[in-house]
Design a protein around this ligand. Structure first.
Ligand code: NAD
Length: 364
């Protein structure tokens, strides 16, 4: 058990749960975000969330499509001079309104834009998965450290009320000694031309997408770091969607306490489930990690009760995430889901792929 890490996570949860605004009373203005990549997540999910934030505001856009960026800028009060292309991205250095760059690009572009943002003197919130290799993650951490900038990964479930309550209950012993975690995530992947199915941009298949939620859940539900992984993959390579990346992959994580996690991800069915079994009961979430509508049950022996968690510290998990990064910058504290947390996942991801390839257990 990585006691140091657990203490950091639990200690940070206190910061998270502190009354809104308390951690940054000294600041005069919300911090300014530049959104890089106006695709589904950046444009449809994140940008509309700034109205729910207390410490964050949208001040700049980075896009390859200027006309689209101009439309978005007009709709959200971003000045024309704060629209950047990928080619002139480094000019963000000269815009003092930009405090934080939020990288919402395909996975294979995360490292480049994180490093360029840090070199331009900006803090970085980078979408998950952090990057497509351990080497890239290490380079991102080094670049941010050298530039004395914060780096956070977009692990939004650490700000979602059901997942926060599940973590709290698991740590408080509500299910007793944790013996087993199950976590499955997937969706039906359609168009074979999508970047998610191109290895150079995605880094892999379902594991690099929804699989990150399965892996994260195993770690945050147990509060432990795995010591071994055994994985196998099942992909129909005749399916044009899966010529470059995997469809289904499952992996077993062994934890120092003896707990085991059985995790899985796939691109051929919708699934969204976390189950924690302890010797005194169970905690179950289904759906577990959606944007909204998550549900949770706690109890034992068929007497599980549906739990409505206390509201999270922010209006939405997305606002919580944006404001947590802003507060981390304001207070100088490490974000609870820092680059190091993304790197830990990527080390396990590489071991999962290696185990599936080599057909053997990999010690971590
Ligand atoms: P998307 O395809 O909808 O958007 C990608 C954006 O990157 C587009 O604006 C596209 O124009 C731009 N882009 C720039 N160069 C590109 C290139 N060479 N190829 C393809 N696109 C290019 O993807 P998305 O769903 O918004 O995903 C973006 C990131 O957000 C990914 O890392 C993904 O894992 C992450 N994501 C996270 C969540 C979450 O819940 N945390 C949800 C969805 C996506």
């Amino acid at each position: 058990m990585d006691i140091g890490r657990r203490d950091v996570l639990l200690g940070s949860a206190a910061l998270l749960l502190a009354p809104a605004g308390s951690a940054c009373a000294a600041t005069e203005r919300p911090l300014g975000y530049a959104i890089v990549g106006l695709g589904y997540y950046g444009l449809d999910v994140i940008i509309p969330q700034f109205v729910n934030c207390e410490h964050s505001r949208l001040v700049a856009l980075v896009s390859g499509d200027r006309a689209k960026a101009q439309r978005v800028a007009r709709a959200h009060g971003v000045p024309e001079r704060a629209i950047y292309s990928y080619a002139d991205f480094d000019k963000i250095r000269d815009n003092p309104e930009i405090d934080i760059v939020y990288v919402c690009l395909p996975n294979g572009m995360h490292a480049e834009y994180t490093i360029r943002a840090a070199r331009a003197g900006k803090h970085v919130l980078c979408e998950k998965p952090m990057a497509i290799s351990v080497a890239e993650c290490e380079a991102m951490i080094t670049a941010c450290r050298k530039a004395d900038r914060k780096l956070m990964i977009g692990y939004r479930c650490h700000f979602e009320a059901h997942n926060l309550e599940a973590m709290r209950l698991a740590r408080s012993g509500a299910a007793g000694k944790i013996r087993y975690v199950r976590s499955e995530h997937g969706f039906v992947q359609g168009d074979p031309s999508k970047w998610r199915l191109k290895r150079a941009l995605s880094g892999g298949g379902s594991l690099m997408d929804m699989g990150i939620y399965s892996l994260q859940a195993a770690r945050y539900m147990t509060g432990e770091e795995p010591v071994a992984v055994t994985a196998r993959e099942s992909t129909d390579r005749r399916d044009p969607r899966f010529s470059e990346v995997e469809d289904m992959i499952e992996w077993t994580l062994e934890f120092p306490s003896g707990a085991i996690a059985g995790c899985q991800s796939m691109y051929s069915a919708n699934q969204n489930h976390i189950l924690l079994m302890g010797d005194a009961g169970r905690i179950e979430l289904e759906p577990a990690t959606r944007y909204d509508g998550n549900q949770m049950w706690v109890g034992k022996d068929g007497r599980e009760r549906k739990i409505t968690p206390p509201p999270g510290p922010a209006k939405t998990q997305f606002a919580g995430q944006l404001d947590h990064m802003a507060q981390s910058v304001m207070t100088g504290r490490q974000p609870i889901v820092s680059g190091e947390e993304g790197l830990r996942d990527m080390r396990i991801v590489e071991a999962i792929y290696r185990s599936a390839r080599e057909g053997r257990t990999i010690k971590l």
